[in-house]
Ligand binder design. Structure first.
Ligand code: SAM
Length: 328
């Protein structure tokens, strides 16, 4: 059975949040004091998590599994969860979105466990700007993590950056130059209304077109075709070989091609990052539901996926769950 919605889209890409906790406090994501984290007994155990991933892959057509959070590296059992996922007969592609803190120590183990790729979030290479955005003085740890990922063969190492007006937008060309020098693939992501503080503001957001314009003053950018279900519009930089991606989640939504589904750390299925409803798989699982019953619930949860997220619409209502608790 496929995870198909009423608009004909099929979800094959599962984003699994391993924890809602994070060791950074990025200002566009959460407040300085952090959030009320999920209690331990609400969080899926490794066995529960592995079971849901197996049902998704073996029964529901999931081909890609991305581990995220919160910060996925905070889950100590991550290498074992990756290995269990990779050992499934169809050997799904595995990836992780991480802030890179501590990756220096785990990159090799993760590669050996079967992790294929990583996306590391990095908005600046300036220590002062890094501290301003993340409220932590940990830039050096992220840079070490990036290097370790590259050396461990978790390639292509992609870097995700969010531009904030007046804070790091002027650094965009330097960040691209730095990523190209280090062999990392940079993608800029428009800031989305996913922060716990509900402080997002459409006017303050640096749009994909603005980013393109900012970069275009320093580099020759040639658009590449064939985005498919990938969110980034890709551009060749100065005739290649390096590329840069720009993800216009707000101004150039790609909902019509979306192939994603999200599993939160407490076992809820969210059929969209901006969904206002979630479907609980944890309660039935803990009440003894069979694999087939859980799969049926999951299929039903996907059917109602809306055609679009509507962020750019004045009537848009932000979800109660912030990005860190959904799994970015
Ligand atoms: N902790 C991990 C990390 O830093 O990559 C994974 C979770 S984090 C929520 C995933 C991605 O979401 C990061 O690249 C982060 O920059 C991005 N993100 C968080 N809040 C965002 C927002 N309001 N708009 C756009 N991207 C956001």
């Amino acid at each position: 059975m496929d995870l198909i919605d009423r608009h004909g889209r099929v979800a094959t890409d599962l984003r699994v949040s391993l924890t809602d906790r994070c060791n950074l406090r990025c200002q566009y994501c959460m407040p300085a004091e952090g959030l009320d984290w999920l209690p331990t007994d609400a969080t899926l155990t490794d066995d529960e998590l592995n079971r849901l991933i197996r049902i998704g892959v073996e029964m529901l057509g999931i081909r890609d599994v991305r581990f995220t959070g919160g910060e996925p590296l905070l889950r100590r059992s991550l290498p074992s969860i990756v290995a269990t996922t990779k050992a499934l007969p169809s050997r799904p592609r595995t990836a992780m979105t991480s802030n890179g803190l501590g990756l220096k120590h785990t990159a090799r183990a993760l590669a050996e466990a079967g992790l294929d790729r990583v996306n590391i979030s990095l908005d600046t290479t300036d220590p002062a700007t890094f501290e301003k955005i993340t409220r932590r003085n940990r830039l050096h740890d992220v840079l070490d993590g990036l290097e370790a990922a590259h050396e461990a063969g978790l390639r292509p190492v992609k870097v995700n950056a969010v531009l904030l007006r007046g804070i790091n937008d002027h650094e965009a060309p330097d960040l691209l130059r730095w990523c190209m020098e280090h062999g990392y693939e940079l993608r800029f992501i428009e800031q989305m209304p996913l922060d716990a503080q509900h402080g997002w503001n459409r006017e303050a957001m640096v749009t994909a077109d603005e980013t393109l314009d900012l970069l275009g003053r320093h580099f020759r950018l040639t658009g590449l075709d064939g985005r498919g279900s990938a969110p980034a519009e890709k551009f060749l930089v100065d005739d290649g070989p390096h590329t840069v991606g720009i993800i216009g989640s707000v101004t150039k939504p790609f909902c019509g091609d979306c192939n994603r589904v999200r599993l939160t750390a407490d076992g809820q299925i969210m059929n969209c990052l901006f969904a206002r409803e979630e479907s609980d798989l944890r309660a039935p699982m803990r009440a003894g539901a069979s694999d087939a019953e859980i799969a049926d619930r999951w299929i039903a949860a996907m059917a109602t996926k809306l055609p679009g997220h509507g962020i750019d619409d004045p009537t848009f209502l932000q979800s109660d769950r912030p990005m860190s608790a959904i799994g970015g």
